[in-house]
Design a protein around this ligand. Structure first.
Ligand SMILES: Cc1cc2nc3c(=O)[nH]c(=O)nc-3n(C[C@H](O)[C@H](O)[C@H](O)COP(=O)(O)OP(=O)(O)OC[C@H]3O[C@@H](n4cnc5c(N)ncnc54)[C@H](O)[C@@H]3O)c2cc1C
Length: 494
């Protein structure tokens, strides 16, 4: 055997699980397709990042109409978290329940919020989250405090917070995995969508993987694309086969390649005994792809400038829950500060206008729940990934944007612009190997073990049964800690 556990992928799921398993002393081998992100001149260059796609993969997927596109999916040690906004938010307690939505019904989870609370707490400690529990009407119960106080507002955001409060809203602090002083010391930009080469962001590499690799029994192998998994007739996974033909064996395997790539790997691993792919007797692998419905909303006053550099400290959950008169609409949080070069690179606006707007705009991210739908799916077409994302609940998202625009006008912004996020950016991808109690309807159990293969686990965004309307990374980390604890008890008990 080459290892006791092979983990495919070093993102939020894979790295956090490796950290959870490290103290078992078992030989844990992490196979990562990408390499380490090293500091470069492009790190804080908005034109290179947003215009030239300097860090995007050299890869093409197909959309639902078979049109080719270059996805905003990142392959580096630490996965997509190297670029994330580091908003580390717990799902709200109601997100684990079946909730009627105007576009259908969220199915709920096989576990409740209380089953995951201790793992959320541990994940916040591992990722050194900065936050404060007060102020947010939807904040679920915490068994402990955030490890650090919130990242401070810049003066223009502090003033905005007061105006929102005055209008009767409940702005709260985004829980963030960022040391803003360390981040700013390496360059005066925001961190959202920028690569973390300075260590200022708490990501899967700087936290989860660093904790795992402190143990000699954990090894990381970069540049290893796992092409498929082999499985014997008894249903046990036996080997990971790399793109270079190398075959690596272990007694347990974890797929943590991200929601799209994990589904693709399982589908590519079809064999005579599993003709529709591994872990796929339910025919749910690749289905229920979700990605949140998101818009950028820019609010400005022609006579006032926004001098913020990072901006991303404030969120609003006033519209999160439904009421007698409207359904649950979602979360609103600040985007990382949009600058002139970002706006010029991502819109057809003339440069002067992009700079004029960005100097004044307060930039918001409106995020609504995307509901699971079996027809929204990842498949393979002649070996190529086909992502047929069928958005749901879009009318709810439009209502959220309308509500936000109304509030922003009320607090003094005569101009409010909005733009839905590009469909080709699957930042919050999830759902493609969903968790559930019924093996006929789900892919893994509530501890992330495949219903079909006793030694196969799936531990990343794929297993989320619902997308809720908050960012996914902390929930992925908490689920990885829960899965790791169960594996330690059941697989590696002394
Ligand atoms: C710009 C941006 C901003 C974001 N902001 C936030 C935020 O503020 N808060 C938040 O919660 N979330 C945010 N997200 C989403 C968050 O980053 C992801 O939800 C999370 O990182 C997903 O973790 P994962 O483990 O599921 O997968 P990934 O991060 O995709 O990790 C999978 C890993 O597997 C590797 N891999 C893939 N295929 C193979 C293979 N065949 N063989 C070997 N290795 C493979 C990949 O290279 C990657 O390292 C953001 C994402 C982006 C892109």
């Amino acid at each position: 055997m080459d290892a006791d556990v092979i983990i495919v992928g070093s993102g939020m799921g894979g790295a956090t699980l490796a950290a959870a398993l490290a103290s078992t002393g078992r030989r844990i081998m992490i196979l990562e397709r990408g390499g380490h992100l090293r500091a470069s001149a492009s790190d804080r260059d908005a034109g290179a990042i947003f215009g030239d796609g300097a860090f995007r993969p050299d890869e093409a997927w197909l959309d639902g109409q078979d049109r080719s596109f270059n996805p905003g999916n990142y392959y580096y040690v630490g996965g997509n978290s190297k670029f994330y906004g580091a908003a580390l938010i717990r799902y709200r307690a109601s997100d684990f329940d079946a909730v009627p939505q105007s576009g259908g019904q969220t199915p709920g989870w096989p576990i409740g919020y209380s089953d995951l609370e201790a793992d959320y707490q541990a994940a916040e400690e591992m990722y050194q989250v900065r936050g404060r529990q007060a102020d947010d009407p939807t904040e679920p119960a915490h068994s402990g405090n955030y490890p650090h106080p919130p990242v401070p507002d810049e003066p223009d955001i502090a003033a905005l917070r007061e105006r929102l409060k005055h209008a009767g809203l409940h702005p709260s602090h985004i829980p963030l995995g960022v040391d803003q002083a360390a981040w700013l010391a390496a360059g005066l930009t925001t961190w959202d969508a920028y690569p973390n080469t300075c260590g200022g962001k708490m990501d899967a590499e700087t936290c989860g993987l660093a904790a795992a690799l402190a143990h000699e029994n954990v090894t990381l192998h970069t540049g290893c694309i796992v092409e498929r998994l082999e499985c014997n007739q008894r249903g046990f996974v036996t080997a990971a086969v790399l793109a270079n033909g190398e075959r690596l064996t272990a007694s347990r395997f974890v797929v943590a390649a991200g929601a799209v790539q994990s589904a693709a790997l399982l589908l590519r691993s079809a064999n005579d005994n599993c003709p529709s792919g591994l872990a796929n007797r339910s025919d749910q692998v690749g289905r229920n792809f979700m990605n949140h419905n998101c818009s950028a909303v820019l609010a400005l006053h022609p006579m006032r400038k926004n001098k913020s550099i990072y901006q991303k400290t404030l969120m609003l959950n006033d519209f999160y829950r439904g009421s007698n008169t409207r359904p649950p609409l979602g979360n609103v949080q600040m985007l990382g500060k949009i600058t002139g070069p970002i706006l010029a690179a991502t819109t057809p606006l003339p440069r002067w206008l992009a700079h004029w707007i960005a100097a004044r705009s307060f930039d918001f991210y409106a995020m609504s729940e995307d509901l699971p739908n079996p027809g929204s799916r990842v498949t393979l077409k002649n070996g190529q990934i086909k992502l047929d994302w069928q958005r749901s609940n879009w009318d709810v998202h439009l209502q959220l944007v309308q509500e936000l625009k109304r509030v922003l006008r009320q607090v003094g912004f005569p101009i409010v612009l909005s733009q839905p996020f590009d469909r080709r950016t699957p930042s919050h991808q999830c759902g493609t190997a969903r968790m559930g109690n019924d093996p006929a309807l789900s892919v893994v159990d509530s501890h992330c073990r495949s219903h079909d293969h006793p030694n196969l686990f799936i531990v990343d965004a794929s297993v989320l049964p619902t997308s809720a309307a908050v960012n996914p990374a902390l929930t992925i980390a908490a689920l990885a800690l829960r899965a790791g604890r169960r594996m330690t008890q059941t697989e590696f008990a002394a």
